[in-house]
Design a protein around this ligand. Structure first.
Ligand SMILES: Cc1cc2nc3c(=O)[nH]c(=O)nc-3n(C[C@H](O)[C@H](O)[C@H](O)COP(=O)(O)O)c2cc1C
Length: 386
């Protein structure tokens, strides 16, 4: 177990009177030291290299490759190997996977162990129909003894820090976060993220802070307690503070709060106020476009992949419908860059992005897109490379 530094110990000592400064303190997961406690979630279809680089620039303490399938790893599926790429400028990077049996997960982890990641996370929270039907993702929560076995076998398969991300339970009849969290901690995970909703609540329901807190309480009884990470509706300073205060988490994981708002890391880490200025916003968007071009080139496909981000960047601006319509059909990154420059030049430098202090909650629900993704025919994704 890595000893807490004096700085970390000082933060722990203030747990009663929680402030957001807590997020600025470094934290160690296993042997891996994170510079702060604001973590970018693995987000399918979102956390590719360009977006991770942008979030790192904004201060993210850690980032993950989106969830990969253990089966696709077994077959060394081309698309999955592509998703595992890491940019030289990414100082720290975790990877997440899901699978069904302890053996299959351990096998995938043994491979991931050799691929240059800093840690490995097991997803036990994904609600997507195609995943759950296979007994993966949040379906694993139905069997806490199975969860323990998965984590134990996974620990044996890697020397990297191992973490797990769960929900508070499968449905209202199975809110078993206390038992699951205890199993995961006792089995040796060094970080535990709890998303405060059940599988059936998907993304829209209020966050069950009390259940997250109970999960962390049980996990901390283990001989080597994991770093406890709260997840769900961390959208801005007040919601991050609420997560810290109500769950006593050590860190927060940001998911929908980052869509169109990578500046959230600056906000939570206290380096900038809630809203970026128009100039900061433009610089961020143009930087994302530059990273995107470096990774994907400038072509129609690259523009199509970027579109959702570009439309999210317009959230909060009054009268942005015309701009969103143009971005939804934009055919090149150059065209997108010109549209953003023009938009910024037509607005006063003190134009406010979100009129209200608080950014509205994102209603993004990736289930349908992820269902489609996991419904790919074998030939497209799961075919071994020849
Ligand atoms: C677009 C999108 C993609 C997601 N992909 C993943 C994923 O690959 N792995 C994962 O553990 N969670 C994934 N999630 C779930 C989030 O990490 C998070 O647990 C959930 O959205 C709740 O947090 P929020 O209310 O702050 O969004 C995804 C969520 C969204 C919106």
């Amino acid at each position: 177990m890595v000893e807490a530094t004096p700085e970390e110990a000082a933060v722990d000592a203030t747990a009663g009177g929680v402030t957001l400064e807590r997020l600025q303190a470094p934290v160690s997961i296993g042997g891996l030291r994170l510079p702060n406690r604001a973590i970018l979630a693995p987000l399918a279809g979102v956390t590719d290299i360009p977006f991770r680089r942008l979030c790192n620039d904004m201060g993210a303490g850690y980032a993950f490759v989106e969830m990969l399938s253990a089966t696709a790893i077994r077959y060394r599926a081309r698309r999955t190997l592509e998703m595992m790429r890491r940019h030289d400028k990414e100082a720290r990077l975790g990877v997440q996977l899901t699978g069904g049996s302890a053996g299959e997960i351990a096998e995938a982890i043994a491979f991931l162990d050799t691929q240059g990641f800093d840690s490995i996370d097991i997803n036990m929270g994904c609600p997507v129909r195609k995943i759950v039907r296979k007994g993966w993702g949040s379906a694993l929560l139905l069997n806490p003894a199975g969860v323990r076995e998965i984590v134990e076998r996974a620990r044996e398969a890697t020397r990297l820090p191992l973490s797990v991300k769960i929900r508070v339970g499968y449905d209202a009849d199975c809110i078993n976060v206390a038992e699951t969290a205890a199993c995961i901690a006792e089995a040796g995970a060094v970080m535990l993220t709890i998303h405060g909703r059940t599988r059936n609540e998907r993304y829209g329901a209020p966050v069950r802070y009390d259940c997250i807190a109970e999960g962390f309480r049980q996990a901390r009884k283990a001989a080597r307690p994991p770093v406890c990470v709260g997840n769900g509706n961390v959208l801005d300073r007040p919601s991050a503070l609420q997560m810290l205060r109500e769950t006593h988490c050590d860190a927060v994981m940001i998911s929908r709060g980052v869509l169109g708002n990578p500046w959230i890391f600056r906000e939570l880490l206290g380096t900038r106020p809630h809203n970026p200025t128009l100039q900061e916003w433009l610089e961020g968007v143009l930087q994302h476009l530059a990273y995107h071009r470096e990774h994907y080139g400038d072509n129609r496909m690259a523009a199509v992949v970027a579109r959702k981000h570009l439309i999210w960047y317009m959230r909060g601006f009054r009268g942005s419908r015309a701009m969103r319509e143009k971005l939804s059909v934009v055919e090149s990154l150059d065209d997108a860059r010109d549209l953003f420059r023009r938009f910024a030049s037509e607005h006063p430098p003190d134009a406010v992005r979100f009129e209200a202090e608080q950014a509205p909650a994102h209603d993004e629900d990736p289930s349908a897109a992820m269902d489609r993704e996991h419904d790919r025919p074998l030939a497209d994704d799961h075919e071994p490379d020849r």
